[in-house]
Design a binder for this molecule. Structure first.
Ligand code: FES
Length: 140
């Protein structure tokens, strides 16, 4: 009995806590409609566009019908991400020094140790939405 309890806590507790954190994170988002359809996004030949949402400049990437969003400027030296491209692995490549970032989690996949802010994107029947975390007392 005690072993079973230990087993369940050890293996399932992190999973439930992770789910709860993720749900809370999504709930604290403000969702902004950026377009009705992908065609309205004014994408470059590389499938990238820079837009402004709620006073923030954001880079939108569309590749293979997958829509992702990240910060408009590179965390290294401010390169304009919308002028870069998305490589075959789905990483966005900065046009200035070619550092690569995962569009899934913002990790600097070329290994320089930077982090690119990414935003969740949802395609709903009403249009395409980007989630931006609310600015409040706890958002330092
Ligand atoms: S400014 Fe983006 S890699 Fe240097």
């Amino acid at each position: 009995m005690i072993y079973n309890l230990y087993f369940h806590l050890r293996f399932y507790y992190p999973y439930f806590v992770g789910m709860a954190n993720e749900s809370l994170y999504i709930m604290l988002m403000n969702w902004f409609k950026i377009a009705d359809k992908i065609e309205q996004l004014n994408l470059s030949a590389e499938g990238l566009a820079e837009i402004e949402v709620s006073g923030k400049k954001i880079c939108i990437s569309v590749k293979n019908d997958s829509i992702q969003a990240c910060a408009a400027k590179c965390p290294h030296a401010g390169g304009i991400m919308a002028n870069g491209y998305v490589d075959a692995l789905g990483n966005i490549v900065c046009p200035l020094h070619r550092y690569c970032f995962s569009l899934q989690n913002g990790r600097n996949t070329s290994g320089e140790g930077y982090f690119l802010k990414v935003y969740p994107v949802e395609t709903r029947p009403e249009g395409i939405f980007v989630g931006i975390k609310e600015n409040n007392l706890f958002n330092w």
